[in-house]
Design a binder for this molecule. Structure first.
Ligand code: ATP
Length: 293
């Protein structure tokens, strides 16, 4: 499988008022054409930052992202992103239909555009809402519009940041199956950030497990499940349950090592405070206390 996306030594440090913050340190991985890779990691570890750098929305402070062998500098044409924050991703002054149509306005003629939009709205179960405006829809419906817009565009690379977090469980299952169907039909390469371990196993060909911030790749797991998946039988299978356990363990290991580090730093700070207090009390600076024995 040829690598469509290559992330090499990627790092990003945000400059904020209260100082610099390194969100991702040294991330490297590749994604093959037509592959669906899920990214899981502790909250705040840098997953959204990773997607923002891949999509060219922010420039990494170190490392490279290449798409079809070309360095990403700015948002590539054949890429679509579904953001976590649906409330900011749709144009409130455009109807649902016009929102989905928007990215297609220069690439397709009117009739083809309309057909593409109608198909995508049907996929996400929103045919009846085509003439409504985003503010007339629930959060979950707005997110389905954002998903329809991304799918209608038929991008070569689709980046999704917690795409199904705001929809109910049944709709979530339907959208997961829709994503699997569409990516098989159009050979779309997909990178999905999710907090849901089960979802990462159900959707992924591979799962990238990230460490706590600054994110690094803890594991790159191949999902050894049949390509044809089913919400009930796949989730009940032994391989599914085993892999789910492995991902959970890897995430917990990452979390506990972070906690241990934080605890160690806290202990060191506490020890330094005690030593300082002792110095102040005894008036000594560097002379070790004599043994009382
Ligand atoms: N614009 C910014 N300026 C400064 N720091 C930022 C900025 N955006 C994100 N960060 C910090 O970078 C780190 C990674 O953030 P990011 O949103 O990428 O994590 P995440 O893994 O997607 O989080 P979550 O799982 O909660 O969605 C966090 O500590 C966050 O506070």
């Amino acid at each position: 499988m040829t690598a469509m996306l290559e992330v090499a030594g990627l790092g990003h440090t945000y400059q904020a008022k209260d100082g610099a913050h390194t969100a991702i340190a040294d991330l490297s991985f590749t994604v093959g054409t037509g592959e669906l890779v899920c990214v899981v990691g502790p909250s705040g570890c840098g997953k959204s930052t990773l997607l923002r750098t891949i999509s060219g929305l922010i420039s990494p402070t170190s490392g490279d992202v290449t798409l079809h062998g070309d360095a990403v500098r700015g948002v590539p044409d054949d890429l679509a992103v579904v953001f976590q924050d649906y409330s900011r991703s749709l144009f409130p002054w455009l109807s649902v239909q016009k929102n989905v149509e928007f990215p297609l306005r220069h690439s397709l003629r009117r009739r083809a555009r309309k057909a593409r939009v109608a198909e995508a709205l049907e996929w996400v179960g929103l045919t009846g809402a085509a003439r409504k405006y985003p503010w007339q829809l629930s959060g979950g419906m707005q997110q389905r519009v954002a998903i329809a817009r991304a799918l209608a565009y038929r991008p070569a690379l689709l980046l999704m940041d917690e795409p199904f977090a705001s929809v109910d469980a049944q709709t979530r299952f339907e959208l997961e199956d829709l994503l699997l169907r569409v990516r098989t039909e159009y050979d779309t390469t997909v990178l999905v950030v999710t907090h849901d371990i089960d979802e990462s196993v159900y959707l992924g060909d591979r799962i990238l497990v990230l460490s706590s911030s600054p994110a690094a790749v803890v594991a790159d797991l191949r999902v050894d499940l049949p390509a044809q998946r089913d919400q009930i039988t796949t989730r009940e299978s032994e391989s599914f349950v085993a892999l789910r356990g492995e991902v959970a363990r890897l995430l917990n290991v990452g979390r506990s090592s972070k906690e241990l580090r934080a605890q160690r730093h806290a202990d060191e700070r506490q020890a330094a405070r005690w030593a300082e207090a002792e110095r102040a009390e005894t008036g000594r600076i560097d002379v070790p206390r004599q043994s009382t024995r």
